[in-house]
Design a protein around this ligand. Structure first.
Ligand code: C5P
Length: 224
């Protein structure tokens, strides 16, 4: 198995309200991207990491995280474009690539055990595996005017996180389909392939709004 990871970090982070791209926002003395890459490098099975950064910050991100196992490339306008750029770079670094993880830099405190559960599922033969947690809220489906059109059974719902893991040829095919999506697993579903959910973790929260930064800081300080 030749395993590589794409860390997508090219988002602007508008919802965080910072003056900088989210990946460069400070979390307890270090930029979010430094925490994220450190977490990935703790997973010994991962040979190469490609960080996809905003093109205006390539040099800064390279200085922060570039190294033997880490290459930094420029991202695109949409998340899907950034993943595609990361995949192309990873394939240049690992021509024998067999398993790919796609990870949001914004989920920078994801425990190693979550990476390992995803990797185990893909190495065990799943086309795609994603971490998920049960939802606590009741979720409604609404139409364009905000009218409720459906209430899915809560026990069947999962909030999904990253890293999302794929057999490399599956991710290649998913991206070749040219469809856009908020996660890569959705592209695999649209190919008609099975995506399995493994247990996620509260610490894999996606830092999105200022309150999330406070939650992440608390998690770091508590060591929880
Ligand atoms: O926007 P959203 O919160 O869904 O972004 C999830 C992840 O995708 C973030 O880590 C962000 O940096 C990344 N992203 C990207 N390129 C984009 C948009 C988002 O790498 N064009």
């Amino acid at each position: 198995m030749s395993t590589g990871t794409i860390v997508v970090a090219a988002g602007s982070g508008t919802r965080l309200g910072a003056q900088r791209p989210k990946a460069l926002v400070d979390l307890d003395g270090q930029p979010i991207i430094v925490h994220a890459v450190r977490g990935v490098l703790d997973v010994s099975a991962i040979e190469q990491v490609v960080v996809v950064a905003p093109s205006a910050c390539l040099e800064e991100v390279t200085d922060l995280v570039g190294g033997d196992r880490v290459t930094v490339v420029a991202g695109g306008a949409e998340r899907t474009d950034s993943v595609a750029a990361g995949l192309a770079a990873l394939e240049r670094l690992q021509p024998d690539l067999s398993v790919v993880l796609v990870h949001d830099a914004a989920r920078c405190l994801t425990p190693v055990a979550v990476f390992e559960r995803v990797l185990d599922a893909v190495e065990g033969g799943a086309a795609a595996a994603i971490p998920g947690v049960a939802v606590v809220d009741t979720i409604k489906v609404v139409d364009g005017s905000g009218r409720v059109v459906a209430t899915p059974e809560r026990s069947a719902l999962r909030a999904v996180q990253t890293p999302q893991g794929f057999a490399a040829d599956v991710l290649r095919r998913a991206h070749a389909s040219g469809v856009g999506a908020t996660d890569d697993a959705a592209l695999v579903e649209s190919l008609g392939l099975d995506v399995v959910v493994v247990p996620g973790d509260a610490r894999a929260l996606k830092i999105t709004v200022p309150e999330d930064l406070m939650t992440a800081r608390r998690m770091l300080r508590d060591g929880s």
